[in-house]
Design a protein around this ligand. Structure first.
Ligand code: ADE
Length: 226
């Protein structure tokens, strides 16, 4: 998968891709990530990317021209499955969306700033708008990092034990059951016997029951969706 990220703050984006799972995915050649500084697509001396709103109102708007230039250049080089805009009024990211996007070959992610982008960018270039939750961040970069992490870990070969992504919370609309590791008894706090029994069918049954119970307590809305 190739991910092209368009941003005014490339320095904010880079380090998460230089650690842990995302780093490994890049090193293994499974994912390529490129950062494009929007200011490189401006023509004026001050490298302006925003301007006042037509009609008045507080807050600057990201201009269409530099964004058009950057996206059009990338589109000449290859086809893109999705051109994604990170924005608080987008579709809320969930595991289903992450699964869908993780299957794509090439995507562009545009990070918004200020009040957002000129509506014509959204109307004519963007194919998917993504929010990471009902709160407003200073820009789309942190959302883009969250989004990339959620999709990259799902690509086959990225996690060493592939099944561990399949058993994540939210797959099948269930939260994960409780997990334990050694010691089996810590200060008298014991690990459930069934997990030490070696009886795999019983362990599986226990996990399913606990996952259901946990989902019912914490996120009953997920059970309505399935
Ligand atoms: N940009 C600002 N807030 C955001 C959010 N909640 N999700 C995605 N992008 C954003």
């Amino acid at each position: 998968m190739r991910i092209d990220i368009i941003t005014v703050l490339p320095e904010l984006l880079k380090s998460p891709f230089e650690a842990s799972i995302m780093k490994r995915a890049i090193e293994k050649g499974i994912v390529e990530v490129y950062f494009h500084n929007l200011r490189d697509y401006t023509t004026d001396k001050r490298r302006t990317i925003d301007d006042y709103q037509f009609g008045g109102g507080a807050g600057m708007v990201m201009m269409i021209e530099p964004i058009d230039k950057c996206i059009s250049k990338l589109k000449l080089e290859r086809d893109y499955d999705d051109i994604i805009y990170m924005t608080p009024d987008g579709e809320t990211l969930n595991q289903k969306m992450a699964n869908t996007v993780s299957l794509q070959k090439n995507i562009i992610i545009l990070c918004g700033h200020y009040k957002g982008v000129d509506q014509r960018v959204r109307d004519h270039f963007i194919t998917r708008e993504v929010s990471i939750g009902d709160y407003v961040l200073s820009g789309g970069e942190i959302g883009a990092i969250v989004f990339c992490d959620a999709i990259i870990r799902l690509i086959p070969g990225v996690l060493s034990d592939e099944t561990s992504a399949l058993t994540d919370s939210f797959q099948d609309n269930l939260l994960s059951p409780p997990i334990y590791t050694r010691p089996a008894n810590y200060n008298g706090w014991e690990v459930p016997d069934v997990l030490l029994s070696g009886h795999f069918a019983n362990i599986e049954k226990w996990r399913e029951e606990k996952a259901y119970e946990h989902t019912l307590n914490r996120r009953p809305d997920l059970l309505d969706e399935s």
